[in-house]
Design a protein around this ligand. Structure first.
Ligand SMILES: [Zn+2]
Ligand SMILES: [Zn+2]
Length: 338
């Protein structure tokens, strides 16, 4: 099968690999769509998670069940499925504590198991869901990114009638802005640098950082002077951390959803006097069904997230589009023929 294999940081090669064999409880999937994640781009460049190379990359994928491993129930050959790339072990202390999404011994597509940037991949049946009627494979591939965005919203303690700030208009920032409509906050404020992306954040007040001298002032103004109850960090800069902490009101919560590097200085005095909560958000706790339900909510227009569908053979073009946000790209999906 044709596969995109990372050999060393910066060296991704399209090559032939053997079709994987589904183990017990696994499905073999013939890939139909694979969306490109910001983390894929980072892994390809820097391999910050120390992926044991060579590795077939990619973790957001959907396709058709081609074969069943031993003991699989509830799925049949020919089913259309979407995959969640995180497979917890179920045995470690994190799993025992009910935090299986932070499993100490997790299997993760594209990190320690062959990923979805290939014509076939294997996924555990319990981490798969059937694609709802009428949903495209490209949309179904968004299940996992939507899952982690739901978790970021929940970790930020977003409540009905509250003021929510999203910092960063990358694909995650835009997905979160869209999902937030179903939580009925009072105000959603999104800061970013790409007008075409911010235009997709229906219902949000958008602030373009390029045209703004004092971003915190603008955020305060947009929240009618109230300040922010929940801030979600979707960009990994020290300035973003600072903006969030300055904009939060008493007992507000910051959900750190981005890999912030290098280490920022945090104004703990403000954290102290405003009694702020700061929490991390990385993976999701079984949001699969909720994600598929939200992807189907017509009003959210989640279909606007996948802006480009590029044949797998043109993978270099697809990666460049995703990386540069060129041609008004948000999420780029690679498509696979028969
Ligand atoms: Zn992802
Ligand atoms: Zn575990």
């Amino acid at each position: 099968m044709k596969s995109l294999v990372l050999h060393e940081p910066g060296r991704l090669v399209m090559e032939e690999c053997p079709v994987p064999v589904p183990g017990p409880g696994e499905l073999l999937i013939r890939t139909k769509a694979a969306t490109i994640c910001t983390s894929d781009l980072n892994d390809i460049k820097h391999n910050a998670f120390d992926i044991a190379l060579p590795m077939i990359m990619g973790h957001e994928g959907a396709g058709v069940v081609e074969a069943l491993g031993e003991g699989v129930k509830n799925f049949s050959v020919g089913d259309q499925i979407t995959a969640h790339p995180v497979m917890p072990c179920g045995k470690c202390t994190s799993c025992q504590r009910g935090l299986s999404h932070l499993c100490d011994d997790m299997t993760h597509l594209g990190i320690n198991k062959g990923g979805v940037f290939a014509e076939y991949f294997c996924i555990r049946a319990d981490r798969s869901r059937k694609v709802p009627q009428g949903m495209s494979f490209a949309m179904a591939s968004l299940m996992e990114p939507v899952c982690v965005c739901i978790e970021a919203i929940q970790r930020a303690q977003v409540k009905e009638g509250s003021n929510v700030l999203i910092i960063g208009d990358g694909p995650f920032g835009i997905i979160i802005a869209k999902l937030l409509q179903s939580y009925h906050p009072r105000k959603v404020i999104l800061t970013g640098r790409h007008p075409f992306r911010m235009a997709l954040a229906t219902g949000a007040v958008t602030i373009n950082e390029h045209n703004t001298q004092d971003i915190v002032h603008e955020i305060m103004k947009a929240s009618d002077g109230e300040g922010i109850d929940s801030a979600i960090l979707c960009v990994g800069t020290a300035l973003a951390v600072d903006t969030a902490i300055a904009s939060l009101r008493s007992r507000g919560t910051l959900s750190v959803f981005s890999a912030v590097q290098p280490k920022p200085a945090i104004d703990l005095f403000k954290v102290h006097v405003k009694e702020l909560n700061i929490c991390g958000s990385c993976n999701d706790m079984d949001c699969l069904d909720k994600a598929l339900a939200l992807l189907q909510e017509k009003d959210l227009r989640m279909d606007q997230i996948v802006t480009h569908q590029i044949p797998f053979a043109q993978w270099e073009k697809a990666l460049t589009l995703a990386e540069r946000g060129k041609d008004e790209a948000v999420k780029v999906s690679m498509t696979f023929s028969e």
